[in-house]
Design a protein around this ligand. Structure first.
Ligand code: TYD
Ligand code: MG
Length: 485
């Protein structure tokens, strides 16, 4: 008893190993292996490590496997209806949140909602809390507990006022101690519990400060256990750090049932809610919202939001083309801007793209597609401020240049996904389906892809996704120019 087990966990992929290695043996990440102490093994730790009465707490805290024996299948499946049952989340958001969760909130599930600081996570979850509590479709309100380790009850109250939430059964509590939180929440038998945020809470007896790898992992396990034991669904808010992971460790994604990311650009009021993991549904779901004076609102016609304001107006600008890039499992729709101006210096200015890649695309356009770009100054820019390092954006770069050069605006609702080879040929890129689904779901009308990718795309995408979107396969740049321009 009292022996501490040390393991090494990769911050970026969650791989764990009993031994330290210079790089992760699973994802090859360098310097990502972080020491993680498991505490004492099993029972010893649980009964000795925590001050609170074991009767209440013991069962929720992370335990070794084997605390329940094997259960007969027919006993497990008793009441299948109840298993299928989901808490509806309609109302304020139409169907957006429900859909992203795969058709409602599954009782006893642990859902992680991640996003950059300030993107609107607390706002979204307070609104969700109100919807669940009011329970329109269930015709009966029920308690929902919103825990904040970041803000005082008054601050949350002010936000609720701004959101015009006056739900009777919404309970607010400010605490960072997981034992305390669960002890206070359980007697209310809430319909849902919300913890804002995982980086601020801690478990007594676990080493490390709140937000550290051990605390984040142990607290999440404790909340998972609570959710499973009580059948109360738990939402967990997590800040994404600079490298794009929640609390650094991707380990969290392995523990929870569902992972949703709330995304948005600084200068835009639009927010995307995306499921990147869901044990109870599809992960290609995307909800689109707009941050308003009174909280988040569902956007019903999302196809327009990624276009420049000029494009939405009747006057469509030349020199704009849209593509989809991937960041880990997340996909982003980006707009590439090009400006070609007649100039003898043929200067190039490139922002958000690798200059060498841009040079190559311009050279291929001249040589293989016959564009007379020699006497042009060319400016290239990625609208969001992101840097595109993927070749999947090649075709959109080329299309934007063509569009500006030919002074022919690309019609709104067209996306381009392909790598360009030195011969001007279009090549397929990884995760083609996921990218195509992203634009299809956003209501785009046409997606230009390499012709070699068309068959497998049509085979693997459900007809539902493509119902409104045409997939245009092209072999090379010349074909793209002939079909689009
Ligand atoms: P918040 O939910 O606090 O973000 P997070 O929890 O992800 O850090 O939201 C922060 C921003 O949202 C803040 O800049 C103010 C803005 N906001 C609105 O625009 N409208 C609103 O109704 C509310 C509540 C917030
Ligand atoms: Mg917050």
């Amino acid at each position: 008893k009292g022996k501490v087990k040390t393991s090494w966990v990769c911050e970026s992929c969650g791989y764990s190993d009993g031994q330290w290695w210079g790089s992760c043996r699973s994802c090859d990440g360098v310097g990502t292996m972080k020491r993680f102490s498991e505490g004492d093994g099993g029972e010893g730790r649980i009964s000795s490590g925590f001050g609170v009465s074991e009767k209440v707490m013991g069962t929720w805290l992370p335990q070794q496997a084997g605390d329940i024996g094997p259960v007969r299948l027919t006993d497990v499946n008793r009441g299948v209806d109840q298993k299928e049952w989901r808490i509806p989340l309609s109302g304020l958001f139409g169907n957006e949140v429900s859909r992203v969760l795969g058709g409602g909130l599954v009782p006893g599930s642990l859902v992680l909602v991640g996003g950059d600081p300030g993107v609107g996570k607390s706002t979204l979850l307070l609104q969700i809390a109100a919807i669940i509590s009011e329970g329109h479709e269930m015709r009966q309100s029920a308690p929902v507990v919103y825990i904040s380790g970041e803000e005082s009850i008054d601050q949350i109250g002010n936000r609720a006022d701004r959101l015009r939430i006056g739900t009777e059964e919404l309970f607010l509590y400010s605490s960072t101690d997981v034992e305390d939180i669960l002890e206070k929440a359980q007697p209310l038998s809430p319909r849902a519990l919300i913890v804002d945020s995982i980086q601020t809470v801690f478990l007594k007896g676990v080493t490390g400060s709140p937000g550290g790898l051990s605390q984040v992992k142990e607290c999440t396990s404790a909340l998972l256990r609570f959710a499973k034991k009580t059948n109360i669904p738990v939402f967990l808010i997590g800040h994404v750090n600079k490298s794009g992971d929640i609390a650094g460790p991707r380990v969290l994604e392995h523990i929870v049932d569902a992972v949703l990311y709330l995304e948005g650009e600084k200068h835009s009021s639009h927010r995307l809610l995306r499921s990147v993991k869901n044990r109870f549904g599809s992960t290609d779901e995307l909800g689109v919202f707009e941050m308003s004076q009174s909280g988040l609102q569902a956007v019903t016609n999302p196809s327009e939001i990624f276009l420049s304001p000029q494009q939405i107006d009747s006057e469509v600008l030349a020199g704009l083309a849209v593509t989809v890039i991937m960041d880990g499992s997340r996909s982003f729709v980006l707009e590439i801007q090009a400006l070609c101006v007649a100039s003898s210096t043929n200067s190039r200015q490139v922002t958000g793209l690798h200059t060498s890649r841009a040079d190559m695309i311009i050279s291929v356009l001249m040589k293989q597609a016959g564009l007379k770009l020699q006497e042009n100054g060319i400016f290239l820019n990625v609208v969001s401020g992101l840097t595109v390092s993927e070749t999947a954006g090649d075709l959109a770069v080329a299309a934007a240049i063509c569009s500006s050069f030919l002074e022919f605006p690309i019609p709104p609702g067209v996306a381009f996904i392909a790598e360009i080879g030195l011969g001007g040929e279009l090549r397929t890129v990884q995760r083609m389906e996921k990218r195509v689904i992203t634009v299809a779901k956003l209501g785009y009308k046409m997606c230009v892809v390499p012709s070699s990718a068309v068959k497998s795309l049509l085979d693997s995408l459900s007809t539902q996704d493509l119902i409104k979107m045409e997939i245009l396969g092209c072999r090379n740049l010349k074909e793209v120019i002939n079909h689009v321009f």
